[in-house]
Design a protein around this ligand. Structure first.
Ligand code: RP5
Length: 160
């Protein structure tokens, strides 16, 4: 079981790397690729049409600006797509967020937040989807939730 980690440009890698780190921590296998929606439209279509055949459980796609990548991938496959809106200097990533989250009816993209939390949550969401059929991943996620609860409770000590 593996996921695809796709980004529109090498400039997205610092964001997507945070997704990759969480996948590594959870022991989830992934392929990573640059596929630009506007610079590589034929590659995009070929990749998405092959995604089921490649046994990807989910596609995580990061893009910025007029971010067509996640939506166009979703239009070409039934493999679930999780979109990461990448921060942009001109519009602070609001452009990316709206162009990914506002998919019209019938072709969903599960959109996470702009920034680090979103990049990491994309990995957790893919992991949760996979954990429905994988006890090992499920167990790792249970452990992770327990650890973060413990840390939050423990942080009360810093108020003393
Ligand atoms: C999008 O345009 C990419 O996802 C990236 O976030 C943005 C800028 O790309 P570069 O001009 O840095 O290649 O396609």
């Amino acid at each position: 079981m593996k996921v695809a980690l796709v980004m529109g440009s090498i400039s997205d890698w610092p964001v997507v790397k945070q997704t990759a780190t969480v996948l590594d921590e959870l022991g989830i296998d992934y392929d990573k690729k640059i596929i630009s929606a506007h610079r590589m439209p034929d590659h995009l279509q070929q990749f998405a049409k092959n995604a089921k055949h490649e046994h990807y459980q989910a596609i995580i796609a990061a893009a910025g600006g007029a971010a067509h990548l996640p939506g166009m991938l979703a239009a070409n496959t039934l493999v679930p797509v999780i979109g990461i809106p990448v921060f942009t200097k001109s519009l602070n990533g609001v452009d990316s967020l709206l162009s990914i989250v506002q998919m019209p009816f019938g072709v969903p993209v599960a959109t996470v937040a702009v920034g680090s939390s979103g990049a990491k949550n994309a990995a957790f969401l893919a992991a949760q989807m996979m954990s429905m059929n994988d006890e090992n991943i499920y167990h790792k996620l249970v452990q992770h939730r327990a650890k973060q609860s413990e840390e939050a409770i423990k942080s009360n000590e810093q108020l003393k």
